[in-house]
Write a protein that binds this ligand. Structure first.
Ligand code: SAH
Ligand code: SF4
Length: 403
């Protein structure tokens, strides 16, 4: 099966049917789209954008009819050109530890998972996905077994936050006592292979007159796409997390195959020069604890040597098993001894308590059934399609006998 990846693509304005989806437009994008629509007079576009922005991103409204400061005569025409509709939540699961997971259908065959974890960060963190599937087959990661279907649009990334807010009943944006205080790009996919859309989504989510989650509470995790690190810092000012998992190239090549392209020396150099890095804005290093693979005291010491001079904290993640994996989680005592070596050297190195394991919502367990299907396959199955175009269908269709 052929996969076409246009990783350089600029973020597209998402059009649903004939309508532009407002959710994924930045402020400037919204002003431009309103002008272009012809519904709003050019000189009033900025003011209208401010009004709409507040209803959508502060109040969470999904209907133009609710926007009381916009004339009735304008609401209908706006609704004809634009949409505010949320994507469909196909499944909602709640773990016994309070973690919530939503399976969201962005479009036919485009499904992603989003997870809310209470009592993480300031009060609760939302783990959002940036791609459907992933191109990088890290050997211990469930998402890595799902081929990339496509990048999510900015609208689809912001929609994950909106859906969590709907479920947590957190509209309008509360000033304090929020249940959702932090955002982590640690769901499905590699955010730095979708930077344009991720950056637009961060602009929208962090806007003070909207969802208003500060950039310092937004963390982007990468497996180490070195050439994009600088752009990430400059464009988003988000906090950086690096999925490290090994302290030498031989092992990291096996765990995170992207390491063959950007080996540790390059990665560490890229991190040292990450814009805005300081003691107050430390880089988080994620280190999955794999039994007898990367969990020895010698490796803890090698980690200290590797990170020397970088303002860092280290998250030790007990490996979360998934169906079909050959890895095992390190013993608890081994993890504690590893953490003790790091702590002694002055690093904050919390062991991340696994959350939501019972509903496969923990780190690296996310996966949806979406699969890219060639148009030729569809044609054989009696549906429309051409060889040039590719379309997507959920895996369920294949399983039900299409091929
Ligand atoms: N693709 C990005 C964002 C995903 S973040 C990245 O790799 O950084 C998800 C985090 O969970 C990453 O640190 C990833 O390495 C880690 N992870 C993946 N599979 C895991 C598993 N089975 N158990 C524990 N952590 C895992
Ligand atoms: Fe992709 Fe991250 Fe999983 Fe690696 S760990 S396969 S980069 S989602």
């Amino acid at each position: 099966m052929a996969y076409t990846l246009d990783l350089s693509a600029k973020p597209a304005i998402q059009v649903v049917g004939q309508k532009v989806n407002i959710t994924g437009l930045t402020r400037d994008g919204l002003i431009a789209a309103l002008k272009e629509s012809g519904v709003v007079e050019e000189r009033k576009a900025r003011m209208r954008a401010t009004q709409i922005w507040r209803w959508v991103h502060h109040y969470g409204f999904t209907d133009f009819e609710q926007m009381t400061d916009i004339g009735k005569d304008q609401r209908g025409p706006l609704a004809e050109k634009f949409t505010l509709a949320r994507p469909e939540v196909v499944e909602r699961q709640v773990s016994k530890d309070g973690t919530r997971k939503w399976l969201i259908r962005m479009a036919p065959g485009i499904e992603v998972e989003t997870v809310y974890i209470p009592d993480v960060g300031r009060s609760g963190a939302l783990c959002v996905s940036s791609q459907v599937g992933c191109t990088l087959n890290c050997s211990f990661c469930h998402t890595g077994t799902q081929k990339l279907v496509r990048n999510l649009t900015a609208a689809e990334i912001v929609a994950q936050v909106q859906i969590a807010r709907d479920d947590l009943e957190e509209w309008p944006s509360p000033k304090e006592d929020r249940k959702l205080s932090n955002i982590v790009f640690m769901g499905m996919g590699e955010p730095l292979y979708n930077l344009d859309n991720v950056a637009d989504a961060i602009d929208i989510i962090s806007d003070n007159e909207g969802i208003a989650i500060s950039r310092r509470r937004i963390t982007v995790s990468t497996s180490g796409v070195v050439p994009e690190l600088k752009a990430l810092g400059e464009r988003t000012a988000a906090m950086l997390a690096i999925s490290l998992h090994a302290t030498n190239d031989d092992l990291r090549d096996l765990l995170v195959p992207l390491n063959k392209k950007y080996p540790l020396v390059q990665l560490i150099e890229g991190i040292r020069t990450y814009p805005g890095i300081s003691n107050a804005r430390r880089v988080t290093f994620e280190y999955v604890m794999l039994k007898d693979v990367n969990d020895s005291p010698a490796e803890a010491r090698a980690l200290l040597k590797l990170l020397k001079g970088i303002p860092a904290k280290i998250n030790l993640i007990p490996f979360n098993p998934w169906p079909g994996t050959n890895y095992q989680c390190s013993d608890w005592r081994t993890i504690e001894s590893f953490a003790a070596i790091l702590n002694k050297a002055g690093y904050a190195s919390p062991i991340r308590t696994p959350r939501g394991r019972d509903i496969l919502a923990a780190c690296g367990q996310l996966k949806s059934e979406s699969e890219k299907v060639r148009a030729s396959v569809l044609r054989k199955a009696g549906q429309n399609g051409t060889d040039e175009v590719e379309t997507e269908l959920p895996y369920g269709h294949l399983a039900s006998g299409m091929v």
